[in-house]
Design a protein around this ligand. Sequence first.
Ligand SMILES: [Zn+2]
Length: 419
Amino acid sequence: MYDLVIKNVRIDQLKIKDIAMKDGCICKIGSISEPANKVVDGEKRWLLPPYVESHVHLDTALISGKPFVNQSGELFEGINIWNKYKENFLTHEDVMERAKTVIKMMAGQGVLFMRCMVDISDPQLTALKALLEVKRSVAHFMTVQLVGFPQNGLLSSKDGFLQLEQAIDLGVDGISAVPHLEATREKGVTSLEQCFQLAVKHKKFLHIFCDEIDDSQSRFLEVVASLAIETGLHEQVTASHVNAMSYYDEAYVRKLLDLLKASRINIVTAPLINSAMQGRVDASPKGRGITRVKELHEAGINVAVAHDDILSPFYPLGTGSMLAAGHMLLHLAHMTGEKDFKTVLQMMTSNAAKVLGIKRYEINEGNQANFILVSAANAQDLLRRQPVAELVVANGQILAETPKQETKWNGFLEMPRHL
Ligand SMILES: [Zn+2]
């Protein structure tokens, strides 16, 4: 007896199949007639693996305008607001409540894995302690990875490394550095070297905030790639943002792409916030705010697209929709060719799963039963219309259902007789 059977779903787009689950796993894909505790008609909808969010902040989420508004919209005003919020309003309960709201918001939209950045520059590590509790409480449906991230720099802030070590003791999954925010290039390089040493010592993955600045001289990505090779950490290293790469000259980019390929590190791009935050001090024409996504992908480097901030001091928008992030990426990266839609969908699913190191993520018999059902014909249709995830299945259980949005017409389409 199966726990759950969903009949009539499109898994490889064309063929209609049934899918059966037991004890949280996919038991069978094909034509299923055996009994089940629950049988649902999939109505020929598309069954996809869940979306994977590879870079999000839960501690800064949902505080835009509460009470501080980032009037300039710029990064440094955002950092000041966040520092003021931490001093005056940040409590364990506050972080728990906001984080759970965002997790629910994203899970309802089909995200079942997320890598979450946690600011560890607060001496009490309030946000981290709260998020460790949240992580445990949602583990039955959402996999949360926590990354200790020093918002004010590792070397340029007081006790930066001490706090990172404390975060490791408390149980973060991964660690980070922000080399471009350190006072000098040399301090940026040293912060990376020390961060890599800690990662090796404590067996943590690395998720570096890297070159998130419109400065062609910000070249920490080469250091990250080089250290990934030297330490042998390779795929366990991810560099986020790296939008400075758009400002590098072509000869250097060619050398850098070879180094990145050899390093096997992952790149995460966040087109929603970066399109709003970057390019602000450029003269016209202004930069598009993101890194060289198309070139990185074509060079064989694993690139994922992330949603990132949701109503934070840095970004007054955001709904947690991965499709919104993908839609923005299509535009900014000039990825509107026929094959590009599938590529961008992979960047929010399988490529992002690779960033997080998720095992057995695909829709196969024997794998964990995590998937979504959407009404979309293909990747282009999905990204164009951004339909809701009508059914979200987590660990073999139906977690959430969202009805398809449809417009009801009231008959006024026909010309009334009196007009
Ligand atoms: Zn971020």
